[in-house]
Design a protein around this ligand. Structure first.
Ligand code: TC6
Length: 675
């Protein structure tokens, strides 16, 4: 293996360059090379200053995450950064791309930091369930202040170079195309300046009350997570301590977190998300189809949201509706959504116009003739969809990809009405489609490899996390939702309350429970619309017009601000129904709710895997994290099942008489895991 670290001299400046694609992660060879190179600079009397820089698309993007959990090879990152800072010749970090995690900590240990304007700096460790463990919690507050450090380290979002400069994390901006020359000039300029600015030697200044205020403001965001709380405590407890003691506290916190199940779960998700984009049985270099214009059929909530994804990515969209009024309403909503984003400062007014300028509203399906991809987003009825796809087959140019946004229906059947089933697939967006990260890409029996690969690549372009699903009722996500909703309802019949079931789910870390979700989505969704036909509690609620939040009444009552309260009327309806059906009652424990609503999801996930409807268990985890708000610190349902123990899951299912999926039983018996 070639050495990732090389050195060269430019007069009296030693340039230390890392070349460790794809992201210059700070693996053992990089750390050893950096250590050696700094020593080389120190030992060479002709060297007066050094520059650390990276080749490729980015400065060091952090520690090498694949090394976590294995014995650490020397020098560890904490030792390396200390020896960089201890150098008595100035070292300049020359930053482009992203300086993240350990990469940001290397930069902090350098005496000076110069960055191109497009660079970003951040401490995303929190997203992996850990804390910045190479002096980051100590040097950043000293260099950029406690509040900036808290923001960066607990939220994990990187900041642009200019913002980092304003905070003191970057000393100087370089020209976008002249980083190397500017960094060398900077090094030469500071070659004789003494004392050297060492972050660890600066005092920390703390405003009273800052930590408690920060905890309070972010309580909701951090709920359930170990890492943000630990990061705040480390910075708080060490603010008045000397660096050497502070860094010891940081180390203890880091070790505690990295050994914990939350960090294992969050690291699992990091790799699961990247693995999801890989398609089994399709060559990585398959030729993609160009997508220059997208057509969307339906300007309702879904169609509008779907369109926004492409408009925001600079891809023109032709949107089709049947009536002018619906078309105007749809395009009006798109504009309103963009304007709301601009009002929050997250978009410039000219960007709103740019996006809207890419939108072509029309009443004529024929206008889709020049589209490279058409996505149908009308209501869920096979007859309607088949009609649309028959028409599209006649209108669209050869090679155009035809997609349905159906949540449940059979993509193979839809494909079969066209003369080009190889060009048809499902693109299942989640509502609100312009916000939710998940995209289920549904592979029909005849979907061509290049069509699938094009959809996956396009998903990345519109910043979605895409997962390949096979054709089955509800695909991956909604199929697993079904047993959960069915069991939740049965639990009501047998003695639980909506509040209890929802509380258990919220305490587990879900954003809401099954009944809160039902109220949000609409209790009437899928209802037969016959108020005299009362077959379950849902029918009883729907018959009374308790359709959820939109009617201020569903499983809960809602005030004018949509704040929920327990509903005495719902309690009566449930009681009536129990009596009428003579359902035997028993006391329902929280444990039973977990077993019947969450273990059953795992069981369904196992069936999905068994039937080959998901490529891998980690894809199922990605679906639930990005589509349904499963708490990342529990790693998705299949990872969570591994942590509970598959034997325990099987026993829990059997206790309540559920048939156990063969794959789940086999794995439990062999002591295997899903991930
Ligand atoms: C830390 O630093 C702790 C320090 C304390 C120590 C005591 N390690 O995302 P992409 C791989 S914690 C190993 O598709 P992009 C990735 O798996 C770390 N591998 O690219 C993928 O591999 P594949 C803190 C890594 O251009 C490939 O690189 N740092 C690492 O969309 C390309 O990745 C972070 O958390 C890594 N650190 O985005 C930053 N990073 O091709 C994590 C990436 O085999 N990284 N890979 O699938 C990122 O956020 C993004 O990768 C990016 C580039 C923004 C740098």
């Amino acid at each position: 293996m070639t050495d990732p670290i090389t050195t060269r001299k430019d007069g009296d400046v030693l340039i230390i360059t890392s070349n460790n694609p794809p992201v210059n992660a700070l693996g053992a060879a990089v750390r050893q090379g950096l250590d050696r190179a700094v020593k080389e600079g120190l030992a060479d009397d002709s060297v007066k200053a050094m520059v650390i820089t990276c080749e490729g698309k980015t400065f060091f993007a952090g520690a090498d995450i694949t090394e976590f959990g294995k014995p650490m090879q020397e020098p560890g990152l904490p030792t390396l950064v200390d020896s960089i800072e201890a150098s008595d010749k100035p070292i300049v970090a020359a930053i482009h791309g992203t300086a993240l995690g350990g990469g940001c900590e290397v930069a902090l240990a350098c005496h000076y930091r110069i960055a191109v304007p497009s660079a970003k700096l951040g401490l995303p460790e929190v997203k992996l369930g850990i804390l910045p463990g190479a002096g980051g919690t100590q040097r950043l507050p000293r260099v950029a202040g406690v509040e900036f450090a808290l923001e960066l380290a607990t939220k994990g979002d990187p900041v642009p170079a200019a913002k980092a400069q304003a905070a003191g994390l970057v000393d100087r901006l370089a020209g976008e195309d002249s980083l190397a020359a500017d960094a060398i000039a900077y090094a030469r300029e500071v070659a004789d300046a003494r004392p050297l600015p060492r972050a660890s030697e600066k005092p920390v200044s703390v405003e009273p009350g800052v930590f408690d205020a920060f905890r309070k403001t972010n309580a909701k965001r951090f709920r359930g997570y170990d890492a943000p709380a630990e990061i705040i405590s480390v910075i708080e407890e060490t603010a008045s301590l000397p660096y050497a003691e502070g860094v010891q506290r940081e180390r203890n916190g880091f070790m505690k977190l990295i050994m914990g199940v939350q960090s294992a779960a969050q690291r699992h998700i990091f790799f699961a998300e990247r693995k999801a984009s890989k398609i089994d049985g399709v060559a990585e270099d398959v030729q993609l189809r160009p997508i220059k214009r997208v057509g969307v059929i339906g300007a309702g909530t879904m169609g509008g949201g779907i369109s926004m994804n492409f408009l925001s990515a600079g891809i023109p969209v032709t949107i089709v509706e049947m009536q002018q009024e619906a078309l105007d309403r749809g395009t009006g909503t798109i504009r309103k959504n963009y304007e709301a984003t601009a009002a929050k400062g997250r978009m410039k007014p000219e960007q709103v116009e740019q996006a809207m300028g890419l939108l072509t509203p029309t009443l004529k399906m024929e206008d889709l003739a020049d589209c490279d991809l058409v996505i149908e987003a009308v209501y869920e009825e096979m007859g309607v969809k088949n009609d649309i796809f028959t028409k599209l087959d006649g209108i669209c140019k050869p090679g155009a990809i035809l997609a349905s946004n159906t949540s449940y229906l059979d993509i193979n059947e839809i494909a079969s009405v066209t003369g080009r089933p190889q060009d048809v697939l499902g693109l299942h967006f989640f509502s609100p489609a312009n916000v939710m990260k998940l995209l289920e890409v549904v592979r029909g029996d005849k979907t061509a490899d290049d069509v699938l690969a094009t959809a996956m690549a396009l998903a990345k372009k519109i910043r979605k996390v895409a997962v390949v699903a096979g054709v089955c009722y509800g695909f991956i996500g909604n199929r697993m939702l079904m047993p959960r909703q069915v069991e939740a309802m049965k639990l009501l019949h047998e003695g639980a309350t909506p509040e209890q079931v929802d509380r258990v789910h919220v305490e587990f870390g879900m954003p809401m429970g099954p009944f809160q979700m039902s109220d949000l989505a609409g209790v009437d969704i899928g209802w037969h619309r016959d108020p005299t036909r009362i077959e379950n509690i849902r029918d009883a609620l729907a018959a009374e017009g308790r359709w959820g939040q939109k009617k201020s009444a569903g499983f809960y009552d809602y005030d004018e601000n949509r704040r929920p309260s327990n509903s005495p009327r719902v309690a009566e309806i449930i009681e009536d129904f129990r009596k009428k059906t003579g359902t035997p009652q028993h006391e329902i424990t929280d444990e039973e709710i977990v077993e019947r609503t969450l273990y059953t999801m795992v069981n369904e996930g196992a069936l999905i895997l068994e039937e080959g409807k998901a490529q891998r268990a980690s894809d199922i985890d990605v679906v639930w994290i990005y589509g349904y708000g499963w708490p990342p610190y529990r790693g998705g349902p299949m990872f969570w099942a591994d942590t509970v123990g598959l034997k325990t899951i099987v026993a829990g299912l059997e206790k309540h008489g559920f048939p156990v999926a063969k794959l789940l039983r086999d794995k439990a018996e062999k002591g295997e895991r899903f991930n």
